[in-house]
Design a protein around this ligand. Sequence first.
Ligand SMILES: O=C(O)CCC(=O)C(=O)O
Ligand SMILES: [Fe+2]
Length: 331
Amino acid sequence: FAPAARLCPMPTPHIYAHTHNAHNQNEDRWDTESESRRQVQNFTTTLPLPEHAADKTIAERSIAAMETPRPPALDGRCAVNLDTHNLRWLHVDPPVLIVDDFLSSSECAQLMRLTTTDLPGDAGRIIKINSQTESGLSIKQRISTTWYVRFGIKIVAPLLKKVLDLLPSINLNNLEELQLVRYLGQREGFAWHLDALRETSATLEAGGQRVATVLVYLTDCEGGGGQTLFRDLKMNDGRRLAVTPKLGRALLFFPSVIKSQTDLGEAGDYGNVYFDETSSDLRTSHAGQPPNVAKHIAQLWVHLSAHTPVVFGTGLNKHKDAQQNIDDLKK
Ligand SMILES: O=C(O)CCC(=O)C(=O)O
Ligand SMILES: [Fe+2]
């Protein structure tokens, strides 16, 4: 990618903010079982109806795009290695792909271990936060626990390597800090949202806009629930696109579109070139359905250009710390 030279105004999607230590206070309010049932009901009934439910052309265009070697729907996105083993299209325009067995069960188990107390020697500091953005009586945004993991931890190297193999046009520097997310029970989930950043957050330091989202389910989500739902996208059978958690399965989609524009202007004029104009792909609104028991995911956002990791403090979590571990895997 060229550097994000100009970041343009775009529709303002939701981003979530992490509210520290808010979780326990709210736990108290949810003590009774009926209260927690009500939370779940609210969560489901406040989901807006699909906006494009009647748009048959989406399905038709998806099928047409699927038949070409390089689906036009991938234009303006970061490149995807379409030869990746087990890669499957769930939706073409906008592209939603899954890769089963992206991570092995031992790789998933090792990542899960980072969310328990006995950390490996090279783990250093892992930041655990209660990522709760809740308002009023219903889950309006996200209720979960998030662990931020440093790039230099050996355990994350297989995941990083596989993401780089899947997305050949990016490099390590494009990645935002790795997050491990746990939703515990039916009171935790993530309501409809867009992953793209607000214009004010898509700064040069941040690496500009988020151009790809990679989620890996770390367990089978025993007990059911916990699907990743796409509000406005349909499966072939007409039902809403829902991705079921499966151990090792990766989900890939693109929360924004990149448009480079050249405006030649009038004769005698210099004209204008706009680089890397991004906008949220509003069709990718999605949600994390509450699991019946527990759901664990690893989550990586890919930026348009080099992202400066800030969660651990400036300079305390460097992309290049992962490089040696990744190179070791190739030996
Ligand atoms: O939990 C899920 O299935 C979705 C998570 C998600 O959308 C996110 O972290 O941005
Ligand atoms: Fe998301």
